[in-house]
Design a protein around this ligand. Structure first.
Ligand code: GLN
Length: 494
């Protein structure tokens, strides 16, 4: 087996037994990245830094100073500011921006002695579901349909992260999830993606999209790796007042417990359209599997689910329009060339017109509109109220069940260019099952459970109550163990 096909836990063992050095391992991933430029997953490579970190890891392994990710090569979504490394949120407006600071989450990962291979492609400012809004062009899904050679989306916005993990370009990756951007890409690429409880990971140094929704989380090859990486990323941070002062459990230790007596809810509002599709069959298979494991299944109702998407598309753009006001051509990145008589207003206008892509502009316009004095009550305030109703739905259901099981996405990965070109709402519909957890701040994970009739990965979502990451991960672990997803894409790109 090729080294790079292994995940974090297995690599940790090889490194500890000195069967491989961190330097050899890093070189193996570097080779894969160099050979996989077709996938467009890495948009900034930090190989010199990686090899320096690897040499340091090789000195540390086996000593008392060794930490949990020592020598493990990772990829970082371009939304995380990394000191002295070009960070653009895949936007032209942040052209050549080099942060003088490190995000808290990435700093925590380096403190655990992981190795940084580079920055990963994503939708511009994390706005999108297909990675197509990136100024670098889309990352490409390593999976292909058995019915055509079309390039498929790796999902969005963390499409570079999901593609890189699925194609063995890194052992694991960071993602962020505002409305589904970790779970949907994970589902499209056969990887495991977890959006933690709001406040679990610090948002400091992560370029803001919609601050009351944004959460960082891990995308990995398997559940155990997810638990390991989540632990490294989590914890209170005095620099983010919304980060929670709640102890970080040892998630890995929670894995393997039996789930007898677990109460699992199936929400009747989260149904798949197509009659007897493979996706539907898989979900039914998971339900009976859970029953064999001793879980009890209940039908539950989240009656305000149908309002989740419209609520999200009022609130998220509102917050985005305010967060993105800082890109004015003065402080960071791109600045338009001015004519002699241009004013400061021209500077703002030209810079923002040139720097932002279409989808980002659309969000700024929607956001500014719903926050404007005449419409604030009708849209923004109302959406806030509906957000509360959605949260209340979940609170009620979590009195009856421990977890909610849903599909992660309505379909498997779709061809690039096939959605949302005429009507952006078609693209927004992708997040119909993932957005509610963000509105309510709840933790949720996508687990690969099999392939559909086109040979493409399918995911299911487990949503838990606040701080129930250990229960979610353990349930996913039990399912993974029983299912043995184990599929990987055929390499056509190298
Ligand atoms: N696809 C959703 C959007 O475009 C969610 C994105 C995300 O989670 N960052 O807003």
């Amino acid at each position: 087996m090729n080294l790079t096909e292994l995940g974090i836990k297995d690599l940790r063992e090889l490194l500890n037994n000195k069967e491989v050095s961190a330097t050899e391992l890093t070189n193996a991933f570097i080779r894969n990245i160099e050979e996989s430029s077709k996938l467009n997953a890495f948009i900034e490579k930090t190989f010199d830094k990686a090899l320096m970190q690897a040499a340091e890891a090789d000195r540390i392994i086996g000593t008392e100073s060794q930490r949990s990710l020592c020598g493990i090569p990772l990829g970082i979504k371009d939304l995380f500011c990394c000191k002295d490394v070009k960070t653009q949120a895949a936007s032209a407006i942040l052209e050549n921006f080099i942060p003088p600071y490190e995000s808290t989450v990435t700093q925590k990962i380096w403190n655990e002695q992981a190795i940084m291979l580079g920055k990963l492609n994503m939708d511009e400012f994390a706005m999108g579901s297909s990675n197509e809004t990136s100024t670098y062009g889309s990352a490409i899904n390593p999976w292909r349909s058995s019915a055509s050679d079309d390039f498929l989306t790796p999902g969005g916005s963390s499409g570079g992260s999901s593609a890189a993990v699925a194609a063995n370009l890194c052992a694991g990756a960071t993602g962020t999830d505002t409305g589904g951007s970790i779970r949907q890409p994970a589902s499209f690429t056969g990887t495991v993606g977890l959006k933690p409880t709001y406040g679990r990971c610090s948002r400091w140094g992560i370029i803001a999209f919609a601050s009351s929704f944004d959460q960082a989380g891990p995308i990995t090859k398997n559940v155990t790796d997810n638990a390991i990486l989540l632990k490294a990323m989590s914890g209170f941070d005095p620099l983010d007042s919304t980060s929670a002062k709640i102890e970080v459990p040892d998630y890995e230790k929670e894995l393997g417990k039996n789930i007898k007596g677990l109460r699992v809810g199936l929400a009747k509002e989260y149904s798949l359209q197509k009659g007897d599709s493979e996706a539907k069959k898989k979900l039914e298979q998971i339900i009976s599997l859970l029953e064999t494991m001793g879980a009890e299944i209940f039908e539950v109702s989240l009656p305000h689910t149908e309002f989740a998407l419209p609520t999200y598309y009022v609130l998220a753009p509102a917050e985005a329009s305010s967060n993105l006001a800082r890109y004015d051509g003065v402080r960071y990145g791109h600045r338009a060339n001015l004519d002699k008589n241009d004013t400061i207003k021209d500077l703002y206008e030209k810079t923002r017109s040139e720097g932002f892509g279409t989808e980002v502009k659309r969000r700024i316009l929607i956001g500014t509109y719903v926050l404007s004095s005449g419409y604030y009550d009708a849209y923004y305030k109302r959406a806030q109220k509906v957000r509360n109703l959605i949260k209340n739905d979940f609170d009620k259901v979590f009195k009856k069940v421990d977890l909610i099981l849903t599909p992660t996405t309505p379909t498997s990965a779709f061809p690039l260019g096939s959605k949302g070109t005429q009507d952006p709402v078609e693209m927004y519909m992708n997040d119909i099952f993932t957005v509610p957890a963000n509105l309510a701040g709840l933790p949720a994970l996508s687990l690969p459970v099999g392939l559909d009739e086109l040979g493409l990965p399918l995911g299911v979502q487990l949503i838990g109550n606040n701080w129930q990451e250990p229960l979610i991960l353990n349930t996913a672990f039990n399912l993974e163990d029983a299912l043995g997803f184990g599929s990987s894409p055929k390499n056509w790109w190298a």
